[in-house]
Design a protein around this ligand. Structure first.
Ligand SMILES: O=P(O)(O)OC[C@H]1O[C@H](OP(=O)(O)OP(=O)(O)O)[C@H](O)[C@@H]1O
Ligand SMILES: Nc1ncnc2[nH]cnc12
Length: 170
């Protein structure tokens, strides 16, 4: 099975000039989803991870399945104003402007070994902010894990100090 058969290019979405990588066909196919999780999890047992962190919103979809597959708890990193209780925030640069991500302060304990999952690594700002949030909580990022990496955007340069694994490169 070739997972790229289940990822559809949508030209000019959400803006003109962007080719959006739509994972809906993959999610709609149980065997393809299963294969993606099996491949994402490969080698991860070696990291002795204690948590999987998924980034809102598409990072939740496979992130929770990955956490279950590894028998680990799942922790959401969310866009501002979505999480209750004590939260920790991290600002990051977008192509134009700034955004922020948040995590619940007690969701990661000092010493937790964390796998960060998202569907896409593009410019890398989102993943870098998620890594910083985990570290602000005292956790250690043991791997950043992506279904897809858009190589031409060079997002990996922002998170080059971490272990990085992307299943599919464009
Ligand atoms: O590497 P970057 O340039 O930071 O971009 C990658 C992020 O962009 C997308 O999320 P988006 O903001 O579209 O949100 P969504 O997952 O809720 O659709 C994707 O799911 C990653 O989280
Ligand atoms: N081209 C793209 N397709 C899907 N998600 C993205 N996130 C950032 N760039 C993306």
């Amino acid at each position: 099975m070739n997972l790229t058969d289940y990822i559809k290019d949508i030209p000019d979405f959400p803006k003109a000039g962007i080719v959006f990588k739509d994972i809906s066909p993959l999610l709609a196919n149980a065997a393809a989803t299963d294969k993606a999780i099996e491949l994402l999890a490969m080698g991860l047992h070696n990291f002795q991870a204690t948590k999987v962190v998924g980034i809102e919103s598409r990072g939740f979809l496979l992130g929770i399945l990955l956490a279950q597959h590894l028998k680990l708890g799942f922790v959401p990193v969310r866009k501002p104003g979505k999480l209750p209780g004590e939260i920790i925030s991290q600002n990051y640069q977008l192509e134009y402007g700034e955004d922020a991500l948040e995590i619940q302060a007690n969701s990661i304990q000092p010493g937790d070994l964390v796998i960060i999952h998202d569907d896409v690594l593009a410019t890398g700002g989102t993943a870098e902010a998620a890594c910083k949030l985990v570290e602000k909580c005292g956790g250690v990022v043991v791997q950043c894990n992506f279904l897809m990496e858009l190589d031409f955007l060079e997002g990996r340069t922002k998170i080059e100090k971490y272990q990085l694994h992307s299943l599919i490169h464009y």
